[in-house]
Design a protein around this ligand. Sequence first.
Ligand SMILES: Nc1ncnc2c1ncn2[C@@H]1O[C@H](COP(=O)(O)OP(=O)(O)OP(=O)(O)O)[C@@H](O)[C@H]1O
Ligand SMILES: O=P(O)(O)OC[C@H]1O[C@H](OP(=O)(O)OP(=O)(O)O)[C@H](O)[C@@H]1O
Ligand SMILES: [Mg+2]
Length: 300
Amino acid sequence: MSPPRERLRIALQKSGRLADASRDLLARCGLKFRESRDKLFCFGESLAVDLLLVRDDDIPGLIAEGVCDLGIVGRNVLREQAFAIADGVDAAPYRELRALGFGRCRLALALPQGQGYAGPEGLAGLRIATSYPNLLADWLRRQRVDARVVVLSGSVEIAPRLGSADLICDLVASGATLAANQLREAAALLECEAVLAGPRALPADARGDLTELLLRRLDGVLQVRDSKLVLLHAPRAALAEIERILPQGQQPTVMPIEGSEDKVALQALCYGSVTWQHLEEMKRAGASQMLVMPVERMLI
Ligand SMILES: Nc1ncnc2c1ncn2[C@@H]1O[C@H](COP(=O)(O)OP(=O)(O)OP(=O)(O)O)[C@@H](O)[C@H]1O
Ligand SMILES: O=P(O)(O)OC[C@H]1O[C@H](OP(=O)(O)OP(=O)(O)O)[C@H](O)[C@@H]1O
Ligand SMILES: [Mg+2]
């Protein structure tokens, strides 16, 4: 175990698919860092929260060892490593604290195009190439299927063509890599995205308080990330129709406009996008001075 610390330490991917979005998310939570010259350790200037920039594969272990308190990593990596560190995800010394909504992909079985898939039972005796041997073995165990797991650290999609495996189990997002290798998806084993991982129990010291503060800010950012704030003026009589047109969201706030008997101002937080079509429909219903604004954070 690492020596006691007062400052919270978060492990992030140094470079790769999650790196920029992870930094961006922490910036939105108000965290500012002084970049060190080697850029592997970043000192937190706004709060007592520092960053460690590492390979994503190392993040679960760093949390398990207590070297870092939190980490942002793909669910696939977090769960795969849980089998190396402990006896699977339920026994791991860490847990998923929040799903972060970026780095979405899935761990899936794929087989050569033209080959049929008759369900898990049909996999018995076949060779499956993967970089996720623990997750695959766990899935096969739960399906009660005896297949051979061939471990590859990358370029898994090439294995069937080389004859070293019959099918593969790898990450799929758009499906372009599968298509380029004449493979087709057969079954999804795990839906993945970046997650904030942390210890099962928060430390009973300043780091625990900082984690709670960060989680509250994170919730405030995640909750409204895809939301829009709509402001408009409308005749009171048109309000019901306008509220029907507005995309789903929170109950709008209606305010009087000084000097106007009939017209009111409406403020509405809408989840998801507010399109031109929405605006045009509301205009036809009587709305004017419509503004659609991005929402940065929310504290209720
Ligand atoms: N095609 C994809 N689209 C979206 N997300 C993906 C895709 N492929 C992987 N991911 C997610 O992003 C995570 C990081 O992917 P990346 O390719 O950067 O990892 P890596 O090459 O292992 O990086 P590192 O150098 O840190 O070890 C994956 O573990 C997965 O959760
Ligand atoms: O379904 P797609 O959108 O094609 O994405 C899937 C591919 O993305 C990842 O590889 P990456 O591009 O990161 O290459 P790497 O595994 O060699 O690092 C993953 O390992 C797949 O090969
Ligand atoms: Mg990696």
